[in-house]
Write a protein that binds this ligand. Structure first.
Ligand code: ADP
Ligand code: MG
Length: 404
């Protein structure tokens, strides 16, 4: 038998060679450069972004690579190793509701930068990626962010040079995804891909989108981060997210605060918020959001103090809250987390929106393979689809790979 499936990250050289050679064969000639952007996992702070809360993603080593060359006719032509055919649009026709398919994420970035007053030309581009799609690891933000830094670089905008500029690129990517691709997204994914630092987690304050870089080096603590792509089928996800968003926003209104986060900022307690709400479901939803914001703060304190055992317990508590109070886990996520824990993980939790997607586990260095084998066996025993696995340190943000 072949053992569990591993999704390995490509080196910069491998990724650049792939897109450069497919550029030569699909488009012809040489690209002006190659850029790449990472996917992400959120260590803790889940479902708090739309409540003004805190999240703590890391960029992963898995990246999306783009080779690009400008055109002078305002046309965007794209090819992806992950999709058949060529996707094409004239930039002056791009507006909300007018473009469909995967190229909308890319055309949307050009559209958003043009909306910021930049003179954005058409381009030919080729994409290839080792970030799995729809696994909750944010392949969409990796795609947008790779194009954002490519255009920033070629147009000489200079935004990628500092965090304030990268925050503007991230905002353009969010508008691309919301308004052109038509997918609701809170902003964590784009911030992680564009504003992270290698060997640091990114503490993102969703109230003002300010960031703090928190040193994160699991290997120095004798640990590694295992990611389990559960491959669980997503169903009814949009409706479920909308229910959570509406319930928590209604609760904030009932509590008289603009966001649930600001209840905590006003020094009010979780218990008082819960007691003030009329129904059991909104009490559970609010308890998750408020306690999760607290856990994220505590996790940062634990990381800063090198207390990985405490960090692991906070991950466990986050998962329990997402399972019992927020009700966004599925049996595959619970099984991945429970198995990882019984195999020695210091902490494990679902990551991303839930209802499928991925789980993460902090495991002793050198044990990821054994934990993965056990998780895969447990999945088989339950009759779940085979999961896939990867490990990652906190990687570098979106950047140019080859010189222009
Ligand atoms: P996630 O971001 O969690 O992976 P999403 O549903 O938000 O899942 O985004 C996945 C979509 O992004 C894909 O269906 C596709 O449209 C687009 N996409 C991401 N990466 C690529 C790629 N390398 N090539 C083509 N399309 C991509
Ligand atoms: Mg996405």
């Amino acid at each position: 038998t072949s053992g569990p499936e591993w999704l390995t990250a490509w080196s910069d050289d491998d990724g650049a060679a792939r897109v450069a050679s497919s550029f030569a064969s699909v488009v012809g000639g040489a690209a002006e450069g190659v850029w790449s952007a990472p996917g992400r996992v959120n260590l803790i702070g889940e479902h708090t972004d739309y409540n003004g809360g805190l999240c703590l993603p890391i960029a992963i080593e898995h990246r999306t690579f783009v080779a690009l060359r400008r055109r002078d006719d305002g046309v965007v032509r794209l090819a992806s190793a992950q999709r058949d055919g060529v996707w094409e649009v004239a930039l002056d026709g791009v507006a909300p509701g007018t473009v469909h398919g995967w190229g909308a994420y890319v055309a949307g970035v050009a559209w958003a930068l043009a909306g910021d007053g930049h003179d954005v030309p058409g381009f030919d581009a080729v994409v290839d990626s080792c970030v799995p799609f729809g696994a909750g690891l944010s392949s969409s933000a990796a795609l947008e962010s790779a194009f954002a830094v490519a255009l920033d670089d070629l147009l000489g905008l200079g935004l990628a040079a500092d965090d304030a500029g990268r925050a503007r690129l991230a905002a353009a990517c969010v508008r691309a995804e919301n308004e052109i691709a038509g997918a609701p997204t809170g902003g964590m994914d784009q911030a992680a891909s564009l504003r992270s630092r290698a060997r640091h987690a990114l503490l993102l304050d969703c109230l003002d989108l300010s960031v703090t870089h928190v040193p994160y080096d699991a290997s120095s603590a004798g640990l590694e981060l295992l990611v389990v792509d559960t491959r669980a089928p997503h169903s009814h996800v949009d409706g479920e997210y909308a229910e959570r968003r509406d319930a928590t926003h209604a609760a904030a209104l009932a509590l008289g605060v603009p966001t649930l986060r600001e209840w905590l900022d006003a020094d009010r307690s979780v218990d008082d918020a819960v007691a003030a709400l009329p129904d059991a479901v909104s009490r559970r939803r609010v308890r998750h959001v408020l306690t999760e914001i607290g856990r994220t703060r505590d996790f940062v304190t634990a990381l800063t103090g090198g207390d990985w055992e405490r960090a692991g317990r906070l991950m466990d508590a986050s998962h329990a809250s997402l399972r019992d109070d927020y009700e966004v886990t599925v049996p595959e996520l619970d099984t991945a987390v429970e198995t990882a824990r019984s195999e020695g993980a210091v902490g494990a939790r679902m990551t991303g929106g839930g209802f499928g997607g991925s789980a993460i586990a902090l495991v002793p260095a050198g044990t990821a393979g054994a934990v993965a084998t056990s998780v895969a066996a447990e999945f088989a025993r339950h009759g779940f689809a085979p999961p896939a696995f990867l490990t990652s340190d906190a990687a570098a943000p979106a950047a140019r790979v080859t010189p222009v």
